[in-house]
Structures are given as structure tokens and as C-alpha cells.
Ligand binder design. Structure first.
Ligand code: 16G
Length: 241
């Protein structure tokens, strides 16, 4: 596996070997890797060489380190198409995963200026404000803070947000969701959200803001979603004019 006569650097050979083991499923997401000492003994190479190989794999997000615990195989990233307006529940269903939500709070508040503007209502109008952890196969993947105008859905209750809002709007209310605007930016997780997402504090996340409209043009939600940076990536199809 490691050939000391090869012109390829030893750290590179080890890196490729470890990568192959992970790709073939020999080591699975979440598995702990052998320690530097174990690898260096097994392959009869220096610990510095092992460290270099592991660091490269950490930098490529194939492995991740946890202070005091060791080095682990990263979770595979979900790929999300940027075209198309889908809900979290639909995205998970398409991947064959069960979707779930843990509601952190659900309340009625008065819309502030920013919320009012996004939802095309007046400042002070009542809105639902809620925060939920979104789960994929019971694992936390995102935290979402949403605002929805009470005037559009006077009857909303928390049970709806424990399941699917989009399903409720389209199936139960027979309203049509038509389009949305979304921005995606990089951010660092806050201490509070790190706990919800079972992440280390200060790790990277994707911060996504979405405003979504009904068919008649009325905005029905303003949502900030925080996705784990190590679990999600976006895909865009591009055409050259
Ligand atoms: C997605 C949307 C969110 C929407 C939710 C509805 C993103 C970034 N955000 O999480 O805006 O409220 O789906 O999901 O994709 P639900 O129908 O499962 O409740």
C-alpha cells in the first residue's frame, strides 16, 4: 500500500490509501480513525508523515477532528439543486430519509420593519415567529427561524410546523406556492445553534434567507435557515449563452 521506492511522497500515498478506504465504505461517516501513532506503526512511516496525510484529508473535509476525541470520517454532503422551490420535507423524502422537526418555540409577535417589508405587511402587524431544528433520519441538519403573516393563516398552530408547512398550505389549504427568492452566504455557527446542530462552536455554516410567495404574489414566509457546513452543498446547472 505504501511503497517507499515510489517517487510519490509518502504522505500522498497514505492520503490516497485512506481516501480509498473511506470511498469503498471500509470506514463509514462518523467512524473514528486510528491514531497517528497506530497509523505510523502500521505503515512504518513517521508520525509527521501521517499527520500531513490526515491534515490534508481534514482540509478536504474528508475527515474532521474533534478536540480531545480524535479524527473522524466526515458525513457525506447532501447535494441540493438551486433550481426549483422545494421544502425540507420534500428534499429529505427524495433522498430516502425521514424528515422531522423539533420546535424550539412558536409565538405571535408584532412584525418589525425588516420582517414587515419582506412579507409586504405593515410594521406592527401580527406574525408567527418560530424556530425549529430540522432533522434528517433523526440527525440535526439545519435550524430555521421563520416568520409567517397571521393574516394569511389565522389558524396556524405548532403541529403544522412539526410536520410540513408546504404540505399544509398546498394539501390542506389548497393554496398554490409559486416562487421565492433566496440568498446563500457563509457564516460561523453561534454558540446556541452549535448546540442544536451538535457542532463545535464557531464552525462554518450556510446561512440561507428565503422569501416565498403564493400564486397571487403574496409573500407567506421569511425564513433564515442555518445548515451545517459539513453536510450541505449546492449545485447549479449553468448554460452559456
Ligand atoms: C425549506 C425552506 C424553508 C421552508 C421549509 C418548508 C430552505 C433553505 N428553506 O427548509 O424556507 O419553510 O423548507 O419545509 O430550503 P416543510 O414543508 O418541510 O415545513
Amino acid at each position: 500500500m505504501i511503497n517507499k521506492q515510489s517517487p510519490l511522497p509518502l504522505y500522498y500515498q497514505l492520503e490516497e490509501y485512506l481516501k480509498q478506504q473511506i470511498e469503498s465504505g471500509e470506514w463509514k461517516p462518523g467512524d473514528i480513525m486510528p491514531s497517528e501513532r497506530e497509523l505510523s506503526e502500521e505503515f512504518r512511516i513517521s508520525r509527521m508523515t501521517v499527520r500531513q496525510a490526515l491534515t490534508n484529508l481534514v482540509n478536504k473535509n474528508i475527515l474532521f477532528r474533534e478536540k480531545g476525541r480524535g479524527t473522524f470520517v466526515s458525513h457525506r454532503k447532501f447535494e441540493q439543486n438551486l433550481q426549483g422551490l422545494t421544502s425540507f420535507s420534500e428534499d429529505m423524502e427524495r433522498r430516502g430519509l425521514s424528515s422531522g422537526s423539533k420546535l424550539l418555540y412558536f409565538e405571535q409577535v408584532k412584525a418589525g420593519d425588516q420582517v414587515a417589508e419582506a412579507l409586504a405587511i405593515s410594521p406592527g402587524d401580527p406574525v408567527y415567529k418560530l424556530k425549529r431544528i430540522r432533522l434528517a433520519d433523526q440527525e440535526p441538519l439545519a435550524v430555521e427561524t421563520s416568520y409567517n403573516p397571521v393574516s394569511l393563516f389565522p389558524e396556524l398552530d405548532q403541529k403544522i410546523f412539526e410536520k410540513s408547512l408546504y404540505h399544509y398550505i398546498e394539501e390542506n389549504r389548497q393554496m398554490r406556492i409559486s416562487h421565492g427568492t433566496q440568498t446563500v452566504e457563509a457564516a460561523l455557527v453561534t454558540d446556541e445553534d452549535a448546540q442544536h446542530l451538535m457542532m463545535e462552536e464557531g464552525q462554518p455554516v450556510l446561512l440561507i434567507q428565503r422569501v416565498t410567495h403564493l400564486e397571487d404574489g403574496r409573500p407567506f414566509e421569511l425564513v433564515w435557515s442555518i445548515y451545517r457546513g459539513d453536510s450541505y452543498k449546492y449545485r447549479i446547472e449553468m448554460n452559456r449563452r
